[in-house]
Design a protein around this ligand. Structure first.
Ligand code: NAP
Length: 259
């Protein structure tokens, strides 16, 4: 079977999506920084599902990261049919209080690495079609979010780019699905520095395994977009129909740190 490439498969949503693909007997190419976790996951999936799993430890905030991942794949002549652009994170805080360097790195992984990897992998997808791309955007990209300004803008890029690519690549037998989750119980809140929201996030979050199963089903049904969970779809409806100004004020108050 051809390989599925999953970025950010060491933990969280990416690990859960990789598990769903392993259950469907895809061989896996998994990428993230945590070599120990990648090694552990690879050994587990190989043993449990009888598939091949290869891993590559790399920091995907590096400008040449996508090129390095593709060099690794091409050097081994692995054939890729599925790409899951999942690796990414948020940074909570005001634009003027966060450093430019920290925000640059986040923008790099959330947008540029996803963009470059998708383009560089097109020859693989054309050779192994029908082929599939699952891009992990976010409900955070459905509106501007004060105190997550650069993050929400980066996810707006992923959301819009993925929906346009769905139309462009369909004639090539390559199917793009945008996954736009709401809150999911992963390391996201901790990594983003939103410690003041940990309790509320725990209460309102979906589990990564549930989100992943919904996403992978939508991917192979060739859906343009999936927002997992009825409450999230209801919120998305509200976001679409309320005034932008009102939504931004609600978001500013929701995500502000209360003293
Ligand atoms: N959780 C949510 O509420 C939520 C909601 C909407 C969208 N999302 C999106 O879902 C995606 C996955 O996040 P998650 O919630 O599963 O968070 P997570 O548990 O923190 O997992 C993030 C994954 O990305 C990898 N990653 C992070 N920084 C990296 C870097 N510099 N280089 C390479 N890999 C890196 C991590 O691996 P290493 O740490 O091993 O590098 C990990 O595998 C992100 O794109 C996020 O924006 C999350």
């Amino acid at each position: 079977m051809a390989y599925a490439l999953v970025t950010g498969a060491s933990k969280g949503i990416g690990k859960a999506i990789a598990t769903c693909l392993a259950k469907r007997k895809f061989d896996l190419l998994i990428v993230a920084r945590s070599e120990g976790l990648l090694q552990e996951n690879a050994a587990f999936w190989k043993q449990k599902y009888g598939i091949d799993v290869q891993y590559f430890s790399i920091d995907l905030t590096q400008p040449a990261a996508a090129e390095k991942v593709v060099e690794w794949i091409n050097a081994h002549h692995w054939q890729v049919q599925v790409i899951v652009n999942n690796a990414g994170y948020g940074l909570w805080g005001y634009f003027h209080e966060l450093t430019v360097e920290a925000q640059d790195k986040m923008l790099q992984i959330n947008m540029q690495t996803l963009f470059n990897l998708t383009h560089l992998m097109l020859p693989h997808l054309k050779n192994n079609n029908p082929a599939y791309i699952l891009n992990v955007g976010s409900m955070a990209g459905l509106q501007a979010m004060p105190s997550l300004s650069a993050y929400s803008a980066s996810k707006a890029f992923v959301n819009t780019f993925s929906r346009a690519l769905h139309e462009e690549l369909r004639p090539l037998d390559i199917y793009v699905t945008l996954l736009a989750p709401g809150s999911v119980d992963t390391h996201f809140v901790e990594v983003s520095g939103m410690h003041h929201m940990e309790k509320i996030a725990k209460k309102t979050s979906m589990q990564a395994e549930e989100v992943a199963e919904i996403a992978v089903k939508a991917l192979f049904k060739r859906k343009k977009q999936v927002i997992p969970g009825f409450p999230n779809r209801l919120a998305a409806y509200g976001i679409k129909h309320l005034s932008k100004n009102r939504i931004e004020k609600i978001m500013a108050s929701l995500y502000r740190k209360k003293d």
